[in-house]
Design a protein around this ligand. Structure first.
Ligand code: SF4
Ligand code: SF4
Length: 189
């Protein structure tokens, strides 16, 4: 899929989400303290954005947080086998959300890749009481947002194979090319 197609999807999501009632505001970032799942088709646009737009100081800050994130990941997943979808997207996700592990791209409560943030972040809205997102980092989005997400995935699957991985895994090569990651099975949607 071309970069322009992914950006078109982002624009579509932004437009449709902007029509919905939500209490989400700039600087509210409780939901950025959890594992974010990214689709394979998003890798290039996010990588390009990081390479072309972020200053060295910002990249250094992200690298530091990414290391913390990957260390925690290594310490909290089984190390004797290829990680399964359950290890990563259920067990580790729950664990990291409980401790509120911060997304490496969140700097001073602001998303450093905001124009190219993943679809999962764009589509995640709630209607009321941001404090509930602090108490439960895995709080569900509105029903509308979840339905749009499912519809989008179904449409994308008709065009090509869609796989997902944690955001930190996806951007590891940009910031920490030498770092070894635990092998993870390919998770196809
Ligand atoms: S989902 Fe929750 S934490 Fe995230 S911006 Fe909205 S209100 Fe804030
Ligand atoms: S990519 Fe940006 S919006 Fe998404 S979780 Fe990270 S900091 Fe938050």
């Amino acid at each position: 899929m071309k970069n322009s197609d992914v950006k078109e999807i982002y624009n579509f999501v932004d437009e449709i989400i902007s029509t919905q009632k939500s209490c989400c505001t700039k600087g509210c970032s409780y939901c950025c303290h959890q594992q974010i799942e990214v689709q394979n088709i998003e890798k290039r646009v996010i990588t390009n954005y990081v390479k072309e737009n972020l200053e060295q100081q910002t990249k250094d800050a992200i690298r530091k947080d990414l290391e913390v994130w990957l260390d925690y990941f290594d310490q909290n997943t089984p190390d004797d086998k290829v990680l399964t979808a359950k290890d990563v997207f259920i067990d580790f996700r729950n664990k990291s959300a409980k401790v509120g592990l911060k997304c490496p791209f969140l700097i001073n409560n602001t998303c450093s890749i905001y124009p190219m943030r993943p679809q999962a972040c764009r589509i995640h809205i709630v209607e009321e009481n941001p404090q509930l997102c602090n108490e439960n980092k895995l709080r569900d989005s509105t029903k509308f947002a979840r339905e749009i997400k499912d519809t989008l995935v179904d449409d994308l699957k008709k065009r090509e194979q869609i796989s997902i991985e944690p955001l930190a895994y996806m951007v590891k090569d940009i910031f920490l090319p030498e770092r070894k990651l635990k092998p993870m099975e390919k998770v196809i949607l």
